[in-house]
Design a binder for this molecule. Structure first.
Ligand SMILES: Cc1ncc(COP(=O)(O)O)c(C=O)c1O
Length: 443
């Protein structure tokens, strides 16, 4: 009996592995009840990036929004479809949860696996990167004296997960400091090459660190980890949607990415890839019905919750396939570079790394006149400027303090345009001027 015709009333978490095993040419996916036909037409008639696509496909208000990197920004059409699934669910909850949900989750898993080029049996859908990172870190066997390696640019919450785990087990967290501005990617490779100890229990790297968003040279770093027998976890929270992802060619041990950030899925969607040999070691933090039935079965049902963001991934995939992922990335990366250059030239400063190390976000140093707004250049000095930009200029952009210097981190998505970064440039110069006038008066 084909998968589509089967009575899924008898379908349980334990059948998930079986459905993932079916070869592509024999697999019959469940029909999609909700679709956005428009995206098919984009393949021959692509939309214009910038303001036009923002109005058409995003819910963002009238604000210079240069902080997609924080919490994403949902694709309006995908949120509409997620809401349709929610309503459909509540019209007959048993039909949805008992008969439809799991085969639909398998379908969307198969599809997203193709998009990032890995086997569908090696990935699971989870609510967010934080859940997946905790899952991996809690499952790594650690004991007294073991070593875990990170660079100090690792995401703050991940450092806390690792510190806690090391405290519990007696393992050591080795944290290597990155010096800014970065000269080239070799500098990062050298930090790993010179410091990573043979046989460490785990090394964790951000694909794109949140505060200092250069692209980590993963190919070289993963090769070093392998040569020293160190399992490597990549935190790609900013990966999917901001860069082309090819898990098979990257070949990490663990790769985690959000779909609800740069990919623009409704909130509550992330992916966790685990190399086959490590899957029996990687157990869910939430134990439910699928436990004991294999990797995918164990993760597919995390109790009763809203699964609509996962199913709306179809719409997001249709969107990216319609736009052409390469075309979208070309726009985003090109805009980011052009904007970064315009800003550091306008402020007479520099980027925190060479421009070819940035993708959809970059870090530009603020003008000298703003580098001494406080005796202690720290997070609160950064926050003061960030809040002024928001309250007085309607610009949403984060200001970061890195090694006692203030930088802005700009994001460039398909809905952004050059004029927005010019507004930012002028606003910063204006704030610098006011600050100079204020300090002169106070002398
Ligand atoms: C590098 C990095 N890792 C992990 C996370 C956590 O992502 P989430 O809050 O979606 O779990 C973030 C969020 O911004 C991040 O930037």
């Amino acid at each position: 009996m084909s998968a589509a015709k089967r009575d899924f009333g008898s379908f349980h978490s334990s059948n998930v592995q079986e459905l993932l095993d079916i070869q592509d040419d024999e697999y019959v996916p469940p029909e999609l009840p909700f679709r956005c036909e428009l995206f098919e037409t984009y393949k021959s008639n692509p939309p214009i990036f910038g303001k036009e696509i923002k109005q058409k496909h995003f819910l963002l208000e009238d604000c210079v929004f240069l902080n997609h990197g924080a919490f994403g920004g949902v694709l309006k059409d995908a949120l509409d479809i997620a809401q349709k699934y929610q309503i459909w669910t509540e019209r007959q909850p048993l039909r949805f949860y008992d008969r439809e949900l799991l085969p639909r989750l398998v379908h969307v898993t198969r599809r997203i696996a193709k998009f990032i080029n890995c086997n569908a049996k090696d990935i699971v859908l989870v609510e967010n990167a934080t859940t997946a990172l905790n899952t991996v870190i809690q499952n790594i066997p650690l004991k007294q004296g073991d070593n875990v390696f990170i660079l100090n640019v690792t995401y703050g919450a991940v450092k806390k997960m690792l510190r806690w785990r090391c405290e519990q087990t007696g393992a050591q967290l080795q944290e290597v400091e990155v010096d800014f501005p970065i000269k080239d990617k070799q500098q990062l490779i050298d930090y790993v090459d010179k410091n990573l100890k043979e046989g460490s229990s785990l090394a964790v790297f951000d694909h794109i660190p949140s505060n200092t968003p250069f692209i980590m040279p993963l190919t070289e770093i993963i090769t070093i980890c392998k040569s020293r027998n160190v399992p490597v976890l990549i935190d790609g929270a900013h990966g999917l949607g901001s860069l082309p992802l090819n898990i098979t060619s990257l070949d990490p041990d663990y790769y985690i990415t959000n779909a609800h950030k740069w990919f623009c899925s409704p909130k509550g969607t992330a992916l966790m890839y685990v190399r086959k040999e490590l899957q029996t070691l990687t157990r869910p933090l939430i134990i439910s019905h699928g436990f004991g039935s294999g990797f995918n079965s164990e993760f597919i049902w995390a109790g009763l919750h809203d699964y609509s963001p996962f199913l709306a991934l179809h719409t997001v995939l249709d969107f990216w396939e319609g736009l052409g992922q390469d075309r979208a990335h070309q726009y985003m990366h090109g805009l980011c570079k052009q904007a970064g250059r315009m800003l550091f030239e306008g402020w007479n400063t520099e980027m925190a790394a060479p421009e070819d190390m940035f993708g959809s976000m970059c870090l530009v140093r603020l003008p000298d006149g703003l580098q001494k707004i406080s005796d202690h250049m720290d997070y609160s000095a950064a926050e003061t400027i960030q809040n002024t930009l928001y309250h007085d200029y309607n610009i949403e952009v984060p200001v970061k303090c890195v090694q006692q210097r203030l930088y802005v981190r700009i994001s460039a998505h398909i809905y952004n345009e050059m004029s927005e970064y010019k507004t930012l440039r002028d606003a910063v110069l204006d704030i610098e001027q006011s600050y100079k006038e204020e300090t002169c008066q106070n002398k």
